[in-house]
Design a protein around this ligand. Sequence first.
Ligand code: APR
Ligand code: PHB
Length: 389
Amino acid sequence: MRTKVAIIGAGPAGLLLGRLLENAGIETVILERRSQDYVLGRIRAGVLEQGTVELLDRAGVGERMHADGLIHDGVEFCFDGDKHRFNFRELIGRTVMVYGQTEVTRDLMQARDASGAKTVYESENVSLHDFDSDKPRVRYVKDGIEHELACDFIAGCDGYHGVSRASVPAGSIRTFERVYPFGWLGILVDRPPVAEELIYAHHERGFALCSMRSPTRSRYYVQVPTDEKVEEWSDDRFWDELRRRVDDETAEHLATGPSIEKSIAPLRSFVAEPLRFGRLFLAGDAAHIVPPTGAKGLNLAASDVGVLADALIEFYADRSPAGIDGYSARVLSRIWKAERFSWWMTSILHTFPDTDTFSRRIQRAEFDYLRSSEVAARSLAENYTGLPI
Ligand code: APR
Ligand code: PHB
């Protein structure tokens, strides 16, 4: 079997890349380890930068997003009970779209299925070969039968634990990592959100976040120690802890109910460099991980893929290598700025186990500076709504 671009992974990065390339007449095959249902069962973040919205529109999958997505003009920070709203639209004339990653994935999957482009779900033992030559190959097993896919390029969109980055010779790649001493316990509940916009709360007991998926479905998080077990958290214990960490008005208006999903996710910052190895490119979580505080994970994956798609389209249209030669440096510049912002948001909003009184005063000073300086607030707004690609 042969194709132009072999894409490893049918998460948002792989599916969006597939759509952008197929729409440009470039044939792709996606190899995905899991089933479609499994991929759609993942509960992930839900804040889209305007650049991501534009890419999804360009991919031809924006209809449901514009119908069901919620435009948010800003967010609220709550620091030990003091609340302050940052109005992005007023500060820098930009907004964000709240629309769950699961729905983004569903829209991309449905578009790909309708186009007839080939996706091999439950493909096993995917292995990458000869990507340091102009004849790369991918091998995989499907229903017990071994296959080989010849291609021009391989896009490693297979996430942090994928095979693509692991296939790069150790001496050809550098990684940078910061593991945080806490995780996020998240629940999904079919109750109206407690507020119209997101509330990021700092409290001495730990961070909390009030978010949503729709006018009838809410998403909440509380910071927990890294060794916490989700089975130790009843719904009632979660609601009690959340109420302690937010301001009184929010606590009073919280609409609680039975969780329909409950899980703990670790927090880490991670970047691999470079992101191009001959005919292999890394994009999305395969290339980087951000703590979810800044809502950058999906948006970084989308911006990587937008740059990679343009580079590959240019290569096939003009036989010009300029875009593919410049891919790694161009996306890494934006990746590191998003890493910085996500690290900064995480640092000011969470309670660190080994913190001291000086560090807590600095966290408070960060909040006081943000709410008293338009310049500081504009910087927050610029980063949260997305830096230029
Ligand atoms: N072979 C084939 N597919 C694989 C392999 C493999 N060896 N390893 C992983 N995969 C698949 C996973 O099953 C997953 O569906 O690759 C896909 C990677 O998708 P994501 O992990 O969602 O990564 P990405 O598409 O880059 O999207 C990033 O997802 O994890 C969130 O916070 C992150 O919002 C961000 C977004
Ligand atoms: C979410 O709704 O899951 C969400 C929103 C904003 C974040 C992280 C997660 O920063």
